[in-house]
Design a protein around this ligand. Sequence first.
Ligand SMILES: [Zn+2]
Length: 292
Amino acid sequence: MMELIKAKGNTYYFESPAKVGLVLLGDGTCVLIDSGNDKTAAKRIKRTLDEMGQTLVAIYNTHCHADHIGGNAYLQAQTGCKVYSPGVECDFTNHPILESSLLYSAVPPRPLRGKFMLAEPSVAEPLTADVLPTGFSLLPLGGHALDMVGIRTPDDVLFVGDVVSAPETLAKYRVAYTFDVGNYLASLDTLRGVKAALFVPSHTPPTADLTELLDLNEAAANAVAADILDLCRTPRTHEMLLKALFDKYGLTLTFSQFALVGGALRAYLSWLLDTGRVEPLITENYLYYKAV
Ligand SMILES: [Zn+2]
C-alpha cells in the first residue's frame, strides 16, 4: 500500500485506495494530484517525499470527496503547501461538512461523520489553469461530483479522478455514486474524444486506452436508469425504489449506503424527471415517482 509507481517521465502515482499523483517539477519541488484518504496516507506520502529530497509546493484536487482530499490538512500543516480545488469543489474542500451535508440533506448524523465521509478541512484556493505549472492542463469532468476535473501532466498523463469505476466494483455494487447523471454521461462522452499517453483513474489500473472502461461505465449507468424507470411503472416512493434496487442487485443496506446510493438514486430520478420519462405523483402525503 502507498507504493510509488512511475507512470511516465516525471509523473508518478502512489498506489492507494484512491491513487495520488506525484509530479516532480525538476528543481527539487513537486506537486500532488489528490492527497489520499486520510492522515495515515498523508504521513506515508510525506515520508517518501522526504526520502526523495522533494519539497511539496502544491496539491491539486480533482474533486472534494474525502478519499481524495483526506491528506490535505496534514500535508498543508507539515509543508505549508498550497491546496487547489476546482469550482465549487474548492468551497467543499475548505468546508468538508458541506459534502456529507449534501449527501444527507441536513446536518450529517454520526454514521456520516467518519473519515470515509468527512475529511479534515484544509485551506484551498480555486484550481484554474493559471495556477498550474507550465505544461499542465485541466479537463472539466463534472457529474460524479459537481465540478470534478481531470488533470493532465507535462508527460501527457491524464489523471481522471472518479469518472470511471473499476469493473469489479460495478459488478459488485452496480450503482456508482453520481451527483448529476446527465453531466456524468456528457463527461464520459468528452473522454471518448480525448487522447493521452496514459489515463490514471483513481480506483482502477492506469490504461493507455480508456474506451473499454467508458463503455462499461456508460452501460452500467444506462442499466441503472432503465431499472429505475422499469420499477417506476408501478408508482414508488424514493425509499421503495431504494429497497427494490438493493433487493434486485443483492446488496445490503447500511447507513452510509443509504446516503450514497440514496443520493445517486435521487440523481437518476432528477435526470428521469428532467428528461420527461418519470413524473411525480403525490397521494396521501406520499411522493411517488411514476413512469410516463
Ligand atoms: Zn469521488
